[in-house]
Write a protein that binds this ligand. Structure first.
Ligand SMILES: *Cc1c(COP(=O)(O)O)cnc(C)c1O
Length: 431
């Protein structure tokens, strides 16, 4: 399958080239030329399919011949070697736990899939690829873990100094090998702007093959649609209309859910829940898209003022606002509402939600006020232990530390401090 640039000023490319380039030369996001619905029999018989089979059927049309079927199956088996359980909390309210991977955030699947694809594409070539990525928290750890030791690929991660949690920071600064962590004096937006500037820098682009591992990369974005299919498989027997509530920052995850719907997955509605970074909830109210600087919150992986994947969502609906608003609602919540939700979930269901999941829960409950008879699934995008301080303080309990996290807690942080784009450029050219 070919992918075109949403800016329409660049040639179409194969899956392979879309993954290697990350973003089109006209700075547009790549988008698949077609999304062919899966046969009705796929959804009718989904209970009998394994996660690996579901994933292969769903992703195959996008990858097409760029990766042979046998290799693609191998990659999927490697990527999906952990569970995606659904936990029912209340009548008609369940959570889909996406945090059982190596870095305990949902980004593990996309990051591992992309790392495997890039590793496969660079076999037998001599040009090294440099993956440049900005993180507001979880992307960095997932990308570092996914790409660790992949031959022919170097990874450079930019993160805002003092604005990620201690565990998040350790996950991205303690691996070494082919992974470098740059600690930026500034905000996540500053990190993202430096990355964007690098992708426009002709001198840099001539000197190295740069790609991005943010969810703009199709190999990070598309595999996220698996979650929704896995959840559908598990929730189908409820016999109710299904609603997904997705805690959203860059809107890659929810956009992948909407692709699953285009593939034919029967689902009634999607709720994009955000923290106070409310650019999309405002858009859904006013029809005006007004990006703004991001505001720090306790759900820091969603502190995004200009969500890069929202343009893909608009495109999926042919920029038809009416059609989009029939499928998508979007609500915004403050940190104090989020903490109240964490307390309520703990009190009522004896379940510990992380701040991101709690925002998803709030979005679901708000939608269900007017649609009570739906079966709602909110996505738990990170393990609560990744936000240890705020979770322990909010629910007044100590958390047990899982083994994946204990492993990084004792390791020494290694980062390089930078403050300007020039310093980033120097680092890239010298390394
Ligand atoms: C990245 C992230 C999100 C936001 O996902 P998007 O695809 O950027 O909308 C939500 N929760 C957690 C824990 C994350 O790491």
């Amino acid at each position: 399958m070919n992918f075109y640039s949403l800016n329409k000023q660049a040639p179409k490319v194969s899956f392979k080239d879309a993954v290697i380039k990350g973003i089109a030369p006209d700075k547009g996001l790549y988008f698949p030329e077609s999304i062919e619905p899966l046969p009705a029999s796929f959804f009718e018989g989904i209970e009998d399919l394994s996660h690996h089979e579901i994933a292969f059927n769903a992703i195959h049309q996008f990858v097409s011949d760029d990766i042979p079927n046998g290799k693609l199956k191998e990659i999927l088996a490697d990527v999906l070697d952990f569970d995606f359980p659904i936990v029912q909390l209340e009548e008609n309210v369940a959570t889909l736990e996406l945090f059982h991977g190596p870095t305990m955030a949902f980004k593990d699947v996309g990051a591992r899939f992309m790392a495997n694809c890039l590793g496969y594409f660079s076999e037998g070539t001599t040009t090294e690829v440099t993956v440049l990525v900005a993180t507001s928290g979880d992307t960095g750890g997932a990308v570092a873990n996914g790409f660790l030791g992949v031959e022919g690929v170097k990874v450079v991660i930019l993160y805002p100094s003092g604005k990620v949690s201690d565990i998040q920071e350790r996950q991205l600064t303690t691996l070494a090998q082919n992974i470098s962590a740059l600690e930026v004096e500034g905000t996540f937006d500053d990190c993202q702007n430096m990355v964007k500037t690098a992708f426009l820098d002709e001198k840099l682009l001539r000197a190295m093959q740069l790609t991005s591992a943010n969810s703009i990369n199709v190999a990070r974005w598309l595999p996220q649609l698996f979650y929704f299919l896995f959840a559908y498989k598990a929730a189908k027997s409820q016999g109710k209309e299904i609603v997904f509530a997705v805690p959203s920052g860059n809107f890659g995850n929810i956009c992948a859910g909407l692709v699953a719907q285009k593939l034919g997955m029967p689902v009634k509605h999607f709720v994009a829940a955000t923290n106070v970074n409310d650019t999309v909830p405002e858009f859904m109210k006013t029809r005006e898209y007004l990006p703004k600087p991001s505001t720090p919150t306790i759900s820091n992986a969603m502190d995004v003022g200009d969500p890069s994947n929202f343009i893909r969502i608009r495109h999926l609906f042919h920029d038809d606002f009416e059609a989009l608003s029939k499928t998508l609602s979007s609500y915004t919540f403050t940190d104090s509402e989020t903490k109240e939700a964490m307390k309520a979930i703990y009190r009522n269901s004896n379940y510990i939600a992380d701040p991101h999941g709690a925002v998803g829960y709030l979005g679901l409950k708000k939608y269900q006020e007017s649609h009570p008879n739906t079966y709602g699934i909110f996505l738990e995008t990170a393990h609560p232990v990744k936000f240890l301080a705020v979770v322990e303080e909010t629910i007044a309990e100590k958390l047990a530390i899982p083994q994946q996290i204990q492993q990084v807690m004792g390791k020494e942080k290694k980062s390089i401090k930078i403050a300007t784009y020039e310093e980033l450029k120097e680092f890239l050219l010298d390394s």
